[in-house]
Design a protein around this ligand. Sequence first.
Ligand SMILES: [Zn+2]
Length: 376
Amino acid sequence: MARRLLLRRSPWAAGDRAAHVVAAQEAPLSRHRRREVRVRRPALARQSEDPASAGRDCRGQSRAQADQLFSGRLGMSDLPARFDRNIRLFGEEGQRKLRATNVAVIGVGGLGSPLVQHLALLGVGGITLVDDEELDETNRNRFVGAVNDDPVPGSPKVELAARLVRKIDPTIRVTPIRASLISEEVFATVKQTDWIFGCFDEDGPRAILNELCAAYAKSYIDLASDVPEEGVYGGRICVAWQGGGCLHCLDALDRRDVEAYLSTDAEKAGRAAIYGVPVEVLRETGPSVSPINGVVSALAATEFMAAVTGMRQPQRLINYYGHVPKLTTAKPKPDCYYCKGIRGKPQDADAERFLRMPHLRERRRRETRRISEPVE
Ligand SMILES: [Zn+2]
């Protein structure tokens, strides 16, 4: 997962414009939100491990008083005590909904591995992990779940992530699939799964998975982190949910990058001859660090949690500007072909045509071989 898109169009440009609109829309809610935070603070304060403060939060409220606030959510639960703090936030019904949900994480690397950790801790019922790569030495700074003894080569990323899930909660159904997105097995997985997470570092696979999820009316969350220039870093998440927003209508794809990904080697050579240096030649390995990936993966897990448990509707796009820092949201453009035209119509979409493009699989096989070569 070392390939980066340093010279691509900044994914945050559109978010900046939208930020002013959203800020104006949300201003009247600020007082209400502050009140909500005050109500929830007792539960957060009880997490202190300081024995002196045990049973009492920072404002002197007793644990019994704080428990009273959430007693309606606790009930006589038969759910394991490990979910107690979850249930205090989104209720027993929300926890059961998470337990009844199957997710697939496609791309288990710097973004995917911290996401998997969040999903397992939330208590999701089934987690399918998809990646065709092995861990390499340069992944060790950000792959959550890898330990120093894991051999390189010889540690498929999906197996490391599956081990992480099993160690957190052995009752979760975890299925590692060592394959790339462009495979019958992964397409079949998407069709059978409730929620799909895409953790790629290229826009080509993003566009394919976006279309596949639209065709089969699957909920799709796409994650991206980026360092487009020195001193600028962050990321964004897109939530394609119930036909109200996707990577296309949220303007989150670089069309040139998608076209380059889908073209054959001959087409790429022809394009380079006409237009100059092909875009992928301009790519280089950029920075990628655990904390930035951690913020982006936590944002994705939070919107997933909100949508599944019914806490609120998920945001469709959240931009994270780590260097400022700030978060902004944006709304999709109307009348999207993917959200409205082909949603739930697999025969009209024919997303399976990507499986009939042998050059995509062949190029991926070449790249995977190159990635697996030991670092000099
Ligand atoms: Zn759309």
